[in-house]
Design a protein around this ligand. Structure first.
Ligand code: SF4
Ligand code: SF4
Length: 323
């Protein structure tokens, strides 16, 4: 049975007359991997430059979200064409260096029959009349999910992490004491500590820009509108329509991730349209707010402590009487 939708987080935080909940809808089907979002985020928020070395295996030199990467554009190479994708096909055996050696032209010889050896991507089948090949890249700009039920915020002892009037989750670096409790609490592995002083950092959804009526820097910089910013309710409707369009066009693997307000985190303020399983993009398939069981655990701890105290008192009284 699906859980009931969660209360608006800004309501719950006590904001009266707050603006509508704002969020991100990231449509990965139109992401071109330009990384303009990563650059714009760093520039606007003065996030230190890093990930300047080439990995040699991918254009994804950022690697993942972190204290110094509040946006991360993933590049995932797969041996299947867009629109006729099959789930459950791994790309682990893909040899990108061998593939690069083949150049960009059509393969010289396509096999007459049978399945090509693993990694022989270009020879899998000749390009189709519409130009599609057996290789596709999935690109996706990941970010903090600004969860409805945000465990990072629940465990912060200083109030450094707080809920804004827009329903987003922001960390204030001048209050963070570097305790690090929020790091394991995040079910997505988003928030991270800087090595030099241990303070936690993550996307603020450009809280300063929102307050001035501007859209976040990453959404502003996105040239294909893969990153869409706006009232969350509107974004959900837009995403539903986009999903229908893709599925009608035969993109059967298209799905929404983080859109459902009854999921384990109450839905995400930043949700996605994906073209494959969440795990393919490094996202947990069924995230749960990690502080969900804390109230029950504390109740049990209280009961156990009460029982111990009662037993100690009973033992004391019994001992006194027997003297
Ligand atoms: S994704 Fe992680 S860091 Fe972002 S709001 Fe949710 S729990 Fe916090
Ligand atoms: S909303 Fe702002 S802080 Fe968050 S990823 Fe985009 S540019 Fe960076």
């Amino acid at each position: 049975m699906a859980a009931a939708p969660h209360q608006d987080p800004a309501d719950r935080a006590g904001y009266a007359g707050h603006p509508p909940r704002m969020g991100f809808f990231t449509d990965t089907s139109v992401c071109i991997g330009c990384k303009a979002c990563e650059v714009a985020c760093k520039e606007w928020n003065a996030v230190p430059a890093d990930a300047l070395d080439l990995t040699g295996m991918s254009y994804d030199n950022t690697g993942g979200l972190g204290a110094d990467n509040w946006r991360h554009v993933a590049f995932i190479e797969q041996r299947r064409p867009l629109g006729t994708a099959h789930t459950g096909v791994s790309h682990d055996d893909l040899d990108v260096l061998a593939l690069a050696g083949q150049g960009t032209g059509a393969p010289e010889q396509a096999p007459a029959t049978g399945t090509p050896p693993a990694g022989d991507i270009g020879a899998d089948r000749p390009p189709q009349p519409d130009g599609r090949t057996e290789l596709r890249w999935l690109m996706s700009s990941d970010v903090c999910k600004h969860c409805t039920e945000a465990a990072c915020l629940d465990v912060c002892p200083t109030g450094s992490l707080f809920r804004t009037e827009f329903g987003t989750v922001v960390v204030q670096e001048d209050i963070c004491n570097g305790c690090g409790y929020c790091i394991p609490a995040c079910p997505y592995g988003v928030i991270d500590q800087r090595k030099d002083d241990g303070r936690a950092w993550k996307c603020t959804m450009c809280y300063d820009r929102l307050g001035a009526g501007l859209e976040p820097a990453c959404a502003k910089a996105c040239p294909t509108d893969s990153i869409q910013y706006g009232p969350l309710d509107e974004l959900r409707e837009r995403a539903d329509a986009r999903l229908r369009t893709l599925q009608d066009a035969g993109v059967d693997d298209a799905r929404l991730y983080g859109r459902d307000p009854t999921d384990g985190v109450g839905g995400d303020g930043a949700f996605f349209l994906l073209l494959d399983e969440p795990e393919t993009y490094g996202l947990p398939p069924d995230p749960v707010v990690t502080t969900r069981d804390l109230p029950g655990m504390w109740r049990r701890v209280g009961l156990a402590a009460g029982a111990l105290a009662a037993a100690a008192v009973a033992a004391f009284v019994t001992t006194r009487r027997s003297r």
